[in-house]
Design a binder for this molecule. Structure first.
Ligand code: ADP
Ligand code: MG
Length: 275
């Protein structure tokens, strides 16, 4: 790994069309008693199409806050977020929900699978939320479950699966709708070393296969090798960017779609449009 002389050189990508997401001068504050406290402030951050960026930093430094802002789950008090070329500034919460459904996939530390649903039903959920019929949704979900090596668990409940298997199901669920950007918050933190590596490798491979991009928040240095770029956040500020030397230049190589309706590259998303 090398640290470029200008640590923000890679983060400040000017071309909007090349980026899955851009944060410009983003700030988020919380009220603590009678005072406002800025959790993150002045963050410029961009993820190029096809890129897998890791976000590291001490506990409480603002990683999850930034991830939630990129994922339109939190609205910043300052700055702007641009997802696939369109600003999310001043969108209603239902418009933000549309962006999440159509463009984003989420992976969490504790998997967040629906307990009463089988593995294949969990993977199918995002498609049914997009209005896809149950039969097709289950077919595509089954195909993807096979791709992640869990075909034999398609009818199993999450409680009957290991943590590593649950995270593979959750990764399949995050990718089923062919999102342009996957956001993962500590995806290996509940896993042992072997299943953590397997889950991260799977996430990286699916992201690359589909031409998506990813932002992965992690403390886990054992999986750093799966990053194209590592950004470090401290006290709410981005303070270093490391580029993996062994990685080829970032490219989008979208050839695969798990869900054909979404296979063609979308223009900037259509706010308020449902599918
Ligand atoms: P990280 O993911 O890096 O551990 P977070 O983004 O979760 O950090 O949190 C950054 C800081 O913001 C922490 O000090 C946390 O206590 C504070 N914080 C997060 N969410 C809230 C909230 N809803 N209200 C008040 N403070 C919060
Ligand atoms: Mg966190």
């Amino acid at each position: 790994m090398k640290i470029p002389s200008n640590p923000n050189a890679v983060a400040l990508v000017p071309n909007v069309a090349d980026c899955a997401v851009i944060a410009k001068q983003v700030g988020k504050k919380y009220r603590l008693g009678s005072e406002d406290r800025w959790v993150i402030r002045g963050i410029d951050f961009a993820v190029q199409n096809g890129e897998c960026v890791f976000l590291v930093g001490p506990s409480g430094s603002g990683k999850s806050t930034l991830l939630s802002i990129l994922g339109c789950l939190l609205t910043p008090e300052e700055g702007e977020v641009i997802v696939r070329g369109a600003s999310t500034l001043e969108l209603s919460s239902s418009q933000q929900a549309n962006i999440r459904r159509q463009n984003l996939g989420f992976v969490f530390q504790r998997f967040q699978l629906i307990r009463g649903l089988s593995a294949v039903e969990n993977v199918a959920v995002p498609l049914t939320l997009q209005g896809i019929g149950m039969r097709d949704a289950m077919k595509y979900a089954g195909n993807l479950l096979e791709r992640v090596g869990l075909w034999q668990f398609r009818d199993s409940l999450p409680t009957k699966m290991s943590p590593g298997q649950c995270q593979r199901v959750a990764i399949a669920r995050a990718l089923i709708g062919n999102p342009s950007l996957v956001l993962a918050d500590e995806p290996t933190a509940s896993l042992d070393e072997k299943s953590g590596r397997e889950a991260m490798e799977l996430l990286r491979d699916l992201v690359k296969e589909t031409g998506a991009s990813a932002v992965v928040v992690t403390h886990d240095s054992r999986i750093f090798e799966f990053a194209d770029r590592i950004c470090s956040i401290n006290n709410g500020q981005l303070d270093a960017v490391q580029v993996q030397e062994s990685r080829p230049p970032m490219t989008s190589n979208s050839n695969v779609a798990f869900f054909p309706m979404n296979a063609a590259p979308l223009p900037a998303f259509h706010v308020g449009e449902s599918r």
